[in-house]
Design a protein around this ligand. Structure first.
Ligand code: PLP
Length: 452
C-alpha cells in the first residue's frame, strides 16, 4: 500500500509545476558523456547525413497537413537541405501549399487510414484492452494473436506464423535461432539493415554476395558446400532501388546446392503478384521459398508489427528460442486488429492492389516520357535517378514548395553518384495526384537542370 505521507509527497511533487522540467544528471561522467555525444552529433551534421523528422499533423494518407510547415531540413540521410520557408502558423506553414500530397510513405495500399481498419482497431482496443503487460509465453497471448497468426499463414499459404513487435525484430530473431556454427548464411550485399544485424547476431559462417549477382551467389554456394546447411537470405524487393530479387534463379541455385531460401517481403506483401502474396507469387516460386519475414507496418494497415511464416517446426522453434519474441511485449490488440482487417480486405479482393499497380504504371510511364530515369520495374517504389546529391536535395525541397512531399537520398544511404528522389505510389493517390507530381517534377527538373 502506498498510502500516507509517501503517497502525498509523490502526488504533491507531480502537481508542483516542476513536472517535465529536465534535470540533467550531475557528475563528471555525465558531463564527459554529454561532450562526447555533442561532438558525435556535430560530426553527423558536418558529414551532411543528419536526418530530420517532419511532423505530420493529420492522419497518414495521400494528403497531409504538416505541423509547423516542417521548418528545418528535410528527410533522409544525405539531405543537407537548406532551411524551408518561414513558419507562420502553429500547425501549418502558410508558405507551403495547403494540401501536401504525400509520396514518401510505405502506405502502398492506403490502408493506414482505411475506415474499416480503424474501426477494427477501435473494436479490438475496446474488447481486448490497451495491451498485455506481458510477453507472449508468460501472460500475453490472446485469441486475436492466434487468429492473426493463422490468417498470415493462410495468406502466404504456409504452415504457421509467429508475430513480433516489428519485422526488425523478426529479422533480429530468426538467424540466431536457426543457424549454428556448422551452418552458412549467404546474404545479398544490399539487404536491409535488420537482416544484416540479424545475421551479425548468429554464429553461422557468413557470405555476402554481390547485389542480385547470380554468378557470385553460385560461387559462394559452392564454397559453402562444406557447411551442414545453407540459407540464402534476400529482400524480395529492395527499398532503395525498387528492384526485385531474381527469386526464380535464386531458387534454382538453392535447389542445385541444397540450400534454403529466406525472403524479407516488407516491400512486397499485400501487393506484388496476382493476389498480392508477394515476390514469391509474382515469380512463381511460392513452393520454393522456405521462410518469409514481413511487416504489418507498411501495406498491411501500417500500424506496426512483423512476422515469420514458414514450416511449423521452425515457428515452434522460434517460439522457444527467438529472443525478440521471448523477451518483448506482445503486440497490442489495436495493432493486431488493424493487420487482421487489412488481411481480410486483401483476401476478399485484389482490387486495391490493382489500383496501386495502375497508378504506379501511370507515374513510371509519364515520368519516363518526361525524360526522367526511374529505377526498378513495375514497383511502387519509383526512384527518380538524379546522380548529384545536392540536386536531389534541392529538387526535393522545391517539390515540397509545390505541395509534393518526396524525399531525396544520397550517400551513404545509396552509393556515391547515385543520388535520387524516391517516390512511393499508393492505391489512394488519385490520377490527378500522380499527374500533379509529374508536372511538379518536370517544372523543378527544368529549373534545376535535371531536364533539358
Ligand atoms: N525489412 C525491410 C526490407 C524494411 O524496409 C523494413 C522497414 O523499413 C524492415 C525490415 C523493418 O520493418 P519494421 O518497420 O516492421 O520493423
Amino acid at each position: 500500500m502506498w498510502r500516507g505521507a509517501a503517497a502525498a509527497r509523490l502526488l504533491r511533487g507531480r502537481g508542483s509545476g516542476n513536472a517535465g522540467t529536465p534535470r540533467p544528471a550531475s557528475g563528471a561522467a555525465a558531463a564527459q558523456l554529454r561532450q562526447r555525444l555533442e561532438r558525435e552529433l556535430d560530426e553527423i551534421r558536418g558529414a551532411g547525413t543528419w536526418k530530420s523528422e517532419r511532423i505530420i499533423a493529420s492522419r497518414q494518407g495521400p494528403h497531409l497537413r504538416l505541423a509547423g510547415g516542417g521548418a528545418g531540413a528535410c528527410g533522409a540521410a544525405g539531405n543537407a537541405l537548406p532551411r524551408l520557408l518561414p513558419v507562420r502558423s502553429p500547425c501549418f506553414s502558410l508558405s507551403l501549399p495547403a494540401g501536401i500530397i504525400n509520396f514518401c510513405a510505405n502506405n502502398y495500399l492506403g490502408l493506414s487510414s482505411h475506415p474499416e481498419v480503424i474501426r477494427a482497431a477501435v473494436e479490438a482496443l475496446e474488447k481486448f484492452g490497451a495491451g498485455l503487460s506481458s510477453v507472449r509465453f508468460i501472460c500475453g497471448t490472446q485469441s486475436i494473436h492466434k487468429d492473426l497468426e493463422e490468417k498470415i499463414a493462410r495468406f502466404h499459404q504456409r504452415e504457421d506464423a509467429i508475430l513480433y513487435a516489428s519485422c526488425f525484430d523478426a529479422n533480429a530473431g530468426i538467424f540466431e535461432a536457426l543457424l549454428t556454427p556448422e551452418d552458412a548464411v549467404l546474404s545479398d550485399e544490399l539487404n536491409h539493415a535488420s537482416i544484416i544485424d540479424g545475421i551479425r547476431l548468429c554464429k553461422a559462417n557468413k557470405y555476402r554476395y554481390k547485389h542480385m549477382d547470380m554468378q557470385d551467389l553460385e560461387a559462394k554456394l559452392q564454397d559453402a558446400q562444406k557447411h551442414r546447411m545453407r540459407l540464402v537470405a534476400t529482400d524480395g524487393a529492395f527499398s532503395m532501388d525498387g528492384d526485385i530479387a531474381p527469386l526464380k534463379e535464386i531458387c534454382q541455385l538453392a535447389h542445385k546446392y541444397n540450400a534454403l531460401v529466406f525472403i524479407d517481403e516488407c516491400h512486397a506483401t499485400g501487393f506484388l503478384g496476382p493476389n498480392g502474396r508477394g515476390t514469391d507469387e509474382l515469380l512463381g516460386v511460392m513452393d520454393k521459398v522456405t521462410i518469409i519475414n514481413s511487416t504489418l507496418g507498411k501495406a498491411l494497415g501500417g500500424a506496426a508489427g512483423g512476422y515469420t511464416t514458414g514450416p511449423k517446426p521452425l515457428i515452434d522453434l522460434l517460439r522457444q528460442r527467438s529472443r525478440p519474441y521471448l523477451f518483448s511485449n506482445s503486440l497490442p490488440p489495436a495493432v493486431v486488429g488493424c493487420a487482421s482487417k487489412a488481411l481480410d480486405l486483401l483476401m476478399e479482393s485484389n482490387a486495391i492492389a490493382q489500383s496501386m499497380a495502375a497508378k504506379t504504371q501511370r507515374f513510371r510511364s509519364k515520368m519516363t516520357a518526361a525524360g526522367f530515369t526511374i529505377s526498378g520495374k513495375d514497383h511502387p517504389i519509383c526512384p527518380v535517378m538524379l546522380g548529384d546529391a545536392r540536386l536531389a536535395a534541392v529538387m526535393a525541397e522545391d517539390m515540397l514548395n509545390r505541395g509534393i512531399y518526396v524525399i531525396g537520398f544520397s550517400y551513404p544511404v545509396v552509393p556515391k553518384g547515385k543520388a535520387r528522389i524516391r517516390v512511393q505510389i499508393s492505391a489512394v493517390h488519385s490520377d490527378e495526384d500522380i499527374d500533379r507530381c509529374v508536372e511538379a517534377f518536370t517544372e523543378v527538373g527544368r529549373k534545376h537542370g535535371a531536364l533539358p
